[in-house]
Write a protein that binds this ligand. Structure first.
Ligand SMILES: *Cc1c(COP(=O)(O)O)cnc(C)c1O
Length: 608
């Protein structure tokens, strides 16, 4: 069943609730309710339909609001007659398709005969509880009345639905009364005041009612999918390589010898466990409890090394002696060159020609570590072109070469394998938080998302803990609407990139859009399939942060805590300007990397 959240009022709250990906958001244009909407609707993901709610409103006003707010549906909550629906349906003044939802209020009984004249004139019915005011009364009616529903038109079920109805709703769903129930409509039961929705309770509600097991499973399934995302969309020539990896990766990772070597290197070479640090001054400033997971203290300065250590051990066990990788800003290239030096393996890193010019220090590092850096000369000469070159190399060298992908992306089993190597982050958070706070579960885990590997590792052990809110931070670049952005969850549509089905920024005809962010590590046109699924199901809340907000947040962390973060990481810290936490909330931030590599960017931006 779909979900409609009705009675939205406040800008920030609309964005917060939209991040949970409901199917409909309702805006009430009826002046006599405290939820009356009269401001601006912020940009919403395209998958969410905007519904205008009206009560016996003048038709011209309805048409004006539909056009002004770009509504996809109107909900008629008064005594609107059939001819009213008919005019609305046929007017040429509205250029787009408009769904009409006619509301009927139910008390003790209901005479279904009243529906008949509307059968051909509206798209949905909505059954609400009869109360003093139209909508938002907080009482349910007896849903078993719907056993007698004579129509086949899909309907919305409304009236006092809240968390306490979850069990009753499950029973309703299993009964014949719900046969044509298309959506649930919620409102006042999720409010802290009229018009202000509690997104944490809405998230819980959504999760508890998740329709199938697959949707409730945030791990990969045995076919390589997270819900509808993932899989392995690869040219036939790559099949043997990917299949070899798929058949072996879990087996190898489970071997005690592998575990031992991996853990020893993480400890002695990478410097794990990375500290979980209570950020006192930052916490005071935002009046909540903020912990920093210090991936910036790892060898090579970020979380990426967790994955490259894991993959080089995997490659060794698969009998490979040549390593290839792609890199954008050079961070993954450096982490790969590092582990190749460590293991004495040949290392070839593909990098766009433009990026080579932009990232000279990292190119020098890779060379010093013994890697060969090969420029990608095609296309836009950036990350995606480097990836294409790496894939080409792999096809030509199927036997002796392992391709180390740098994020939770690529064909199955890469997203899952990378996630499992990075999962050491949340594994540590659990015991570290227990030691400091007396509990393993924080209220929120927060991470920035490029392809999504530090995020996947930070969320991994919390994915199925309902009490833990997951916050994903994307780069909005110059702004979501600017054309210069990397906010995939808002701008992306389903598509295939680098071997997997995921959310992807693309043009109408499916060409991948050039992403933009001030941080090279977030400048990717897609997100890993796990994150696409977390976004689609609403399990994670996605926020997008502009360049300028990120830069300010990076400066603030430096001044308040003496930690200069990577600009990618700075994005995550900008959420405190946009979201308020409770004083006793425990918020764990993935501090994915240190800012040394970004110093010139910070200097140019702040003119130090
Ligand atoms: C590469 C990088 C990122 C983005 O990559 P994910 O795979 O999304 O984690 C984030 N932070 C830092 C410091 C990075 O180097």
């Amino acid at each position: 069943m779909k979900l409609k959240v009705c009675g939205m009022k406040y800008q920030d709250n609309i964005a917060q609730v939209a991040a949970l990906q409901p199917d409909y958001l309702g805006f009430i244009f009826y002046e006599k309710t405290p939820r009356h909407f009269d401001t601006k609707i912020p940009d919403l993901p395209k998958s969410i339909k905007k519904v205008g709610v009206f009560v016996n409103e003048d038709l011209n006003t309805v048409i004006e609001k539909v056009n002004k707010f770009d509504l996809q549906a109107v909900q008629l909550h008064g005594e609107e007659a059939p001819y009213y629906c008919s005019i609305l349906r046929n007017t040429k003044l509205i250029s787009k398709p408009l769904d009409i939802i006619k509301v009927f209020s139910v008390k003790e009984g209901f005479n279904f005969k009243v529906l008949e004249p509307y059968e051909d004139l509206c798209d949905y019915y909505l059954f609400d509880t009869k109360g003093k005011l139209p909508g938002g009364n907080g009482y349910t009616f007896d849903w078993s009345l719907l056993e007698a529903y004579p129509s086949t038109k899909p309907f919305f079920l409304s009236g006092g639905i809240g968390l306490e109805q979850v069990e009753a709703l499950k029973a309703f769903k299993a009964s014949s009364a719900s046969k044509y129930c298309y959506a649930l409509d919620v409102n006042s039961k999720f409010e802290t005041e009229p018009g202000l929705k509690n997104s944490a309770s809405l998230r819980e509600f959504k999760m508890k009612l998740s329709p199938n097991k697959d949707m409730q499973n945030y791990n990969v399934n045995d076919k390589g999918y997270y819900g509808e995302f993932g899989g392995a969309y690869i040219p036939e020539m790559l099949y043997p390589n990917v299949e070899e990896l798929r058949q072996n990766y879990l087996k190898i990772m489970g071997e005690p010898d592998f575990q031992k070597e991996f853990n020893k290197l993480l400890k002695d070479y990478v410097g794990r466990p990375s500290p979980l640090y209570f950020a006192k001054r930052l916490s005071e400033k935002y009046n909540t409890k903020i912990y920093l997971k210090r991936e910036d203290l790892n060898h090579t300065g970020a979380h990426k090394i967790n994955n490259t250590i894991g993959q080089i051990l995997m490659a060794k066990r698969l009998g490979k002696h040549r390593i290839i990788a792609e890199t954008g800003a050079g961070q993954h290239g450096v982490a790969t060159a590092t582990v190749c030096a460590l293991m004495g393996m040949e290392c070839i890193v593909y990098m766009g020609e433009i990026d080579i010019a932009r990232q000279a220090p990292n190119v020098a590092r890779m060379k010093m570590l013994g890697a060969t850096v090969v420029p990608a000369l095609s296309g836009s000469r950036t990350l995606k072109d480097a990836t294409n070159e790496a894939i080409r190399d792999w096809i030509n060298n199927p036997v002796d070469t392992h391709y180390i992908i740098g994020s939770a992306i690529g064909p199955h089993p890469y997203p899952d394998m990378v996630t499992r190597f990075q999962a050491v982050i949340s594994e540590e958070i659990k015991w570290q938080l227990k030691a400091q706070e007396g509990r393993e579960n924080p209220d929120y885990v927060v991470a920035c998302i490029g392809g999504g590997s530090n995020a996947a590792g930070t969320y991994y052990h919390y994915l199925h803990e309902e009490s833990v809110g997951i916050i994903a931070v994307e780069a909005a670049g110059l702004g979501i609407d600017s054309g210069e952005s990397a906010a995939t969850s808002v701008l992306g549509k389903e598509g295939i990139i680098h071997g997997c089905k995921t959310l992807l920024m693309q043009t109408e005809d499916g060409q991948i859009t050039e992403p933009y962010s001030i941080s090279a590590g977030l400048d990717y046109p897609g997100v890993g399939p796990m994150h696409a699924h977390l976004s689609k199901t609403g399990r994670a809340e996605f926020l997008s942060i502009t360049d300028s907000d990120a830069m300010e947040a990076g400066l603030e962390l430096s001044k308040l805590e003496g930690i200069i973060p990577a600009i990618e990481t700075s994005h995550a810290f900008a959420i405190f300007k946009h979201k308020t936490f409770k004083p006793d909330d425990v918020v764990v931030m993935s501090l994915s990397g240190r800012g040394d590599k970004d110093l010139q960017n910070y200097i140019d931006y702040f003119k130090f």
